[in-house]
Design a protein around this ligand. Structure first.
Ligand code: FNR
Length: 180
């Protein structure tokens, strides 16, 4: 099952990117995960939304081809990072490729809130008219205190976190199958 993962951090050593990579490696039998690059997207500009911008077209095509999107994002100032909002703005216009496409939210943070506030905002955005994405709920992935849950190279090795993911990934897969 083809899944697009969109990471809300463009930082090279991003913990959220590491979570995305963990999903890609650990669940490769269950999910065919593509981690999309939002770094090269220009700022969304209504004057350009009908232009054929290579990066935008490619990004939208990858989302269109996926059965679902997993958003893996940090929290910035109590909400989602601007780069992620920009990516969603592109997806919400013209052919509106997110409409009806299932979503799941995940996030990693060094703080104790584990991106909970950002996810509340993101959920509202996913319900906006140009997005209208059904969101997989009741199985939150909000990983707090990340520094104590990684190995020397920064890869997540916390047993409770991995056991939780092992449990919820098949539930997500079943839920997506029902929505397609
Ligand atoms: C942060 N950080 C942060 N953390 C948090 O839990 N709540 C917040 O509101 C914020 N706000 C915030 C604003 C800005 C501008 C920065 C740069 C950082 C800390 C953030 O969670 C931390 O830097 C993460 O490591 C960022 O995620 P990546 O890049 O590691 O994926």
């Amino acid at each position: 099952m083809k899944i697009a993962v969109i990471v809300g951090s463009i930082r090279q050593e991003s913990y959220n990117l590491k979570l995305a990579k963990l999903l890609q490696d650990r669940y490769q039998k269950e999910l065919e995960i593509d981690i999309l690059d939002i770094k090269k997207l220009p700022f969304y500009n209504p004057d350009q939304e009908n232009d054929q911008i290579k990066e935008v077209d490619h990004f939208k095509k990858q989302v269109k081809e996926a059965k679902a999107v997993i958003w893996v994002t940090p929290e910035y100032n109590g909400t989602i990072p601007g780069v992620l909002g920009n990516a969603i703005d592109w997806l919400s216009r013209v052919d509106r490729v997110m409409i009806g496409k299932p979503s799941w939210m995940m996030g990693v943070s060094p703080s104790q809130l584990g991106t909970a506030r950002a996810q509340l905002h993101l959920r509202d955005i996913l319900f906006a008219k140009g997005v209208l994405s059904p969101v997989f709920q009741g199985h939150d992935v909000q990983i707090a205190g990340i520094q104590s849950k990684v190995d020397e190279e920064g890869y997540i090795n916390d047993e409770a976190t991995l056991a939780y993911l092992d449990k919820v990934i098949p539930l997500f897969k079943k839920w997506v199958e029902k929505h397609n």
